[in-house]
Design a protein around this ligand. Structure first.
Ligand code: FAD
Length: 516
C-alpha cells in the first residue's frame, strides 16, 4: 500500500489475469493514472477457502534482479521491501552426490564469485554479501501485489471472471461469471469495454488465442518430454531445534543426467523440492510404486530417509500432480493500439533458468518505461507504434531466454558435474575477479544479476566463449610448437654431440692405431 496516483485518469486499461505479471502490470498502469480493471479466472487467493496455487503451480520461485528491478521501479517502496524481507537469499548451488566409497558429498558452487559465501547449515545467513537469487513463496508474492492494487483508488479487481471472447477492433471483451439465480449458480456472460487490454493470463492464454484472430501471429508451442512433481522436506523436529535440514542459502541439486531433483528453501524451515523426470519414467514408477524409494536411493543419494521419509515420499509421489512443461514463442505480442500480451501468455518457458516470472515482470517495466511512457498514451496511433516497437525490441530477448532456459536443463542435470563446465566457470570467474575492467562475467551472472538485454547476454557470452577458445587453442598451439622446437633442438644437439663424439673417437683411434 502507499502508492499515489500520479497522473490524470484518462484511459481504461483492462488486465486479464491477476498472476504476478498481470498484478504488476496493473500497478504500473494505475501509477500512470489509467482506470484499471483486473479480471481473474480464479477466486481471490487471499481468501482461505481458495484452492492453493501450488495445486497447479510451483510453491516457491527464485526471484532475481530483473524481477526485483521491476518491483523497485513500480513506485511502491513498501512492495520491494516487503518482498525482500519475505525472501531467502540463495548464494549458489549445492550439488549432492556420493563418492566412490558411497559417502554422501555436497559441493557448493557460488553464483557470484565477488561475494564470500558463508556456509551455514541450519540458520539463515545475513543478506549483506555476494549477489544471490531469492527464494520466495509464490502465493505470498501474489498476495502482496494484490494488496497493493486494492489500496489504489483507480483499480478494481474482479475475481471468478473468465475471459471467453474479445473483439480487439471494437475494444470489447467478454467474461463468464457465475451468478446466483433462483438459488442456483448459473454462468452468465458480461461485456466489458476498454481502451487498452493487457493479456497476462498465463501459458494457456485465452487473450493470445483471441489475438490470433486479429493478427498474423507466428506461434510455436513445445512440450518437453519431462514432467515435474513437488515434494516437501520438512523442518527438523522441534526437539532437534526445528531448523533447516540443509543449508537454506543454496539451491540444492541432485543431478541425474536424464533427470534431476532440486530443493528450494521456504521461510518455515522446510524445502520445496521438484522432481523433473521423463514422462515414461513417471508412468513406469507410477505403475510400480514400490520402485519409487529404490529409484530415489539410487539416483538422489541422501534424500531418503534423512530428508524425506519413505512413506512421505511414496504418498507425495502418488498424490501430487505430475505436470507438463510447455514452451511458447510467438510474435507479434500486440494488435494495433488495443491489446498486448505479457508474461507466460507471450513467452512461457521451461523453468530451468528460473527466469519465467522474472522475464514477465521485466516485460511490464520495459513496456511502460521504454515504450509507453515515451508516447502520448491517449493517442491510438502513437500507442500503436509504441506497441509495434515493443514487439520488435522484446521478441529477440524473449526467444533468447526461452532457448537458454531449454539449454540450462542439460547444465543443471549433468553439466554441473562435468569437468569442462567447471573449468570454464573457474576460468571465467578468475578473469572477472582479477580483471574487472574487462567486463567479463559468466552467463549466469549476466542473466540473474543484471538487466542487460537477454539477446545481448547471448552475444556477449558467445564472444567470451570465442576468446576463451582462442586463448586455449593459442596456448595449446604455442605449447605444441614450443615442445616440438625444444625436442628438435634437443635432437639437433644430440646428433651434433654424437658427431663430435664419433669424430673424436675416430681421431683417437687413428692416433692410437685402433683402426683395422
Ligand atoms: P500465471 O502465473 O500463469 O498467471 C496467469 C493468471 O491468469 C492466473 O492467475 C490465471 O488464473 C489467470 N487466467 C488464466 N486464464 C484466464 C482467463 N481465461 N480469464 C481470466 N484469467 C485467466 N519463474 C521464475 O522467474 N523463477 C522461478 O524460480 C520459477 N520456477 C518455476 C518452477 C516451475 C515448476 C514452473 C512450472 C514455473 C516456474 N517459473 C519460475 C515460471 C513462473 O511460474 C511463470 O513464468 C509465472 O508464473 C508467469 O506469470 P504470469 O502472471 O505470466 O502467469
Amino acid at each position: 500500500a502507499g502508492c499515489e496516483k500520479t497522473r490524470q485518469k484518462t484511459q481504461k486499461t483492462v488486465i486479464v489475469g491477476a498472476g504476478p505479471v498481470g498484478a504488476m502490470a496493473g500497478i504500473y498502469a494505475a501509477r500512470r493514472g489509467h482506470e484499471v480493471e483486473i479480471y481473474e479466472l480464479r477466486g481471490d487467493l487471499r481468501l482461505p477457502s481458495i484452492t492453493p496455487l501450488n495445486f497447479t503451480r510451483s510453491i516457491n520461485l527464485a526471484i532475481s534482479e530483473r524481477g526485483l528491478h521491476a518491483l523497485r521501479n513500480s513506485g511502491c517502496p513498501g512492495l520491494i521491501n516487503g518482498i525482500l524481507a519475505d525472501s531467502i537469499p540463495m548464494h549458489g548451488r549445492m550439488i549432492h552426490g556420493s563418492d566412490s566409497s558411497g559417502s554422501l558429498t555436497q559441493k557448493a558452487q557460488v553464483y557470484d564469485v565477488h561475494g564470500e559465501v558463508e556456509e551455514t547449515l541450519t540458520t539463515l545467513s545475513p543478506v549483506t554479501f555476494g549477489q544471490a537469487i531469492r527464494a520466495i513463496d509464490r502465493a505470498g508474492l501474489n498476495k502482496r501485489l494484490l494488496d497493493e492494487l486494492e489500496a489504489m483508488p483507480n483499480v478494481k479487481l474482479f475475481f471468478n471472471h473468465k475471459l471467453t471472447g474479445a473483439d480487439f477492433r471494437n475494444k470489447a471483451a467478454w467474461f463468464e461469471v457465475e451468478k446466483e439465480h433462483d438459488d442456483k449458480l448459473r454462468a452468465i456472460e458480461i461485456e466489458v469495454q476498454f481502451d487498452f487490454l493487457i493479456g497476462a493470463d498465463g501459458a494457456h492464454s485465452a487473450t493470445r488465442y483471441h489475438l490470433m484472430k486479429f493478427v498474423r501471429m507466428t506461434y510455436h508451442q513445445t512440450y518437453i518430454d519431462t514432467l515435474w512433481c513437488e515434494f516437501t522436506i520438512p523442518p527438523l523436529p522441534k526437539e532437534e531445534g526445528g531448523g533447516y535440514r540443509l543449508s537454506p542459502n543454496h539451491l540444492h541439486i541432485w543431478p541425474g543426467k536424464r533427470f534431476m531433483f532440486i530443493a528450494i528453501p521456504s521461510r518455515n524451515h522446510s524445502f520445496t523440492c521438484t522432481l523433473f523426470l521423463p514422462s515414461h519414467e513417471f508412468s513406469y514408477l507410477s505403475s510400480i510404486p514400490i520402485l519409487v524409494e529404490p529409484f530415489f536411493k539410487q539416483h538422489f543419494p541422501g534424500v531418503i530417509p534423512s530428508l524425506i521419509t519413505p512413506e512421505a515420499l511414496q504418498q507425495q509421489f502418488a498424490q501430487n500432480p505430475h505436470l507438463p512443461l510447455v514452451s511458447v514463442k510467438c510474435t507479434p505480442y500486440h494488435y494495433a493500439a488495443s491489446c498486448v500480451i505479457l508474461g507466460d501468455a507471450a513467452h512461457a518457458m521451461v523453468p530451468f533458468y528460473g527466469q519465467g516470472m522474472n522475464a514477465g515482470l521485466e516485460d511490464v517495466r520495459v513496456l511502460f518505461e521504454q515504450f509507453l511512457d515515451a508516447t502520448d498514451f491517449a493517442d491510438p496511433a502513437a500507442r500503436e507504434s509504441a506497441l509495434d516497437a515493443y514487439t520488435k525490441h522484446r521478441y529477440p530477448d524473449l526467444v533468447a531466454i526461452n532457448d537458454l532456459a531449454m539449454k540450462n536443463y542439460d547444465e543443471m542435470r549433468s553439466g554441473v558435474t562435468s569437468r569442462l563446465y567447471l573449468f570454464r566457470k573457474w576460468v571465467e570467474e578468475r578473469v572477472s575477479l582479477y580483471l574487472p575492467a574487462s567486463g567479463w562475467r559468466t552467463q549466469y551472472v549476466r542473466i540473474s544479476f543484471g538487466n542487460e538485454r537477454y539477446s545481448d547476454v547471448v552475444r556477449s557470452v558467445a564472444w567470451q566463449g570465442l576468446v576463451l577458445r582462442s586463448v586455449i587453442w593459442g596456448c595449446s598451439g604455442a605449447a605444441v610448437l614450443g615442445t616440438t622446437w625444444a625436442l628438435w633442438r634437443k635432437r639437433e644437439g644430440a646428433s651434433r654431440g654424437a658427431r663430435l663424439l664419433v669424430g673424436w673417437l675416430g681421431h683417437l683411434g687413428k692416433t692410437r692405431g685402433w683402426e683395422r
